[in-house]
Ligand binder design. Structure first.
Ligand code: CTP
Ligand code: MG
Length: 197
């Protein structure tokens, strides 16, 4: 495995990282479950999953993704084209593809919270490794579905996911992400002085 695999994997996941981080930074307000409980008497999702986090996280992550599309057009016409970084199919197909990456990341996190509540863990409790990889699983699942829809409906002649995400990329993401996550948490706590968690 060579380093270009690592760069390609990180490139694709940047919009998801941004979406996730933005949800934390700008999230808050009305919870997605509107404060309702599930049949087991515990919260459906909890106060940590909010509409503002979901919507603004998706938008901010997508903006970062569009930045990568522009960057890819420069990189791919430079001496670094061998890195083979995706441009997410450019305009306009980048919109559904990058949407599926950002929304998928936040949806993965939401689904994780659902199961976390079912096993009795409270908001903010640790649940290793799912806290770390929940959004990667969401990205992989949701962007695969979106790529398949775009392929089957004839918008793209191949499956974007299968073309750009090999098993090695997925292994890299699952291994690297927990470290990025733990580092981000550490920085967050330093800045906010352990106030929140
Ligand atoms: N956040 C949000 N909306 C989302 C996702 C995250 O508002 N859709 C914000 C919340 O303020 C949340 C913080 O980001 O507390 C951190 O997210 P995360 O660590 O995933 O949530 P936890 O508070 O740990 O809650 P849970 O136990 O449900 O994961
Ligand atoms: Mg979580």
């Amino acid at each position: 495995m060579d380093y270009t695999i690592v760069l390609q994997a990180l490139w694709i996941i940047i919009p998801a990282y941004v979406a996730n981080a933005s949800a934390v930074l700008v999230g808050g307000g009305i919870p997605i479950d509107f404060g309702r409980n599930w049949h087991d008497g515990k919260r459906m999702l909890g106060d940590g999953k909010t509409w503002r986090g979901l919507i603004s996280g998706t938008f901010i992550g997508m903006t970062a993704g569009f930045g990568l599309v522009v960057a890819a057009s420069y990189i791919n016409s430079s001496e670094y084209h061998f890195l083979d970084l995706t441009n997410f199919e450019g305009f306009p197909l980048m919109i559904p593809i990058i949407f599926s990456i950002c929304f998928g990341a936040l949806l993965g996190d939401i689904i994780e919270s659902f199961f976390k509540r079912r096993i009795g863990k409270n908001r903010g409790d640790d649940w290793v490794p799912f806290d770390q990889i929940d959004f990667i699983l969401g990205v992989l699942f949701f962007s695969f579905i979106m790529s398949s829809i775009l392929h089957i409906s004839g918008f793209i002649s191949y499956n974007w996911f299968i073309k750009h995400l090999f098993p090695w990329h997925i292994v890299v993401l699952l291994l690297v992400t927990p470290f990025v996550h733990l580092t981000a948490n550490f920085v967050h706590k330093k800045i906010h002085g352990n106030a929140k968690k």
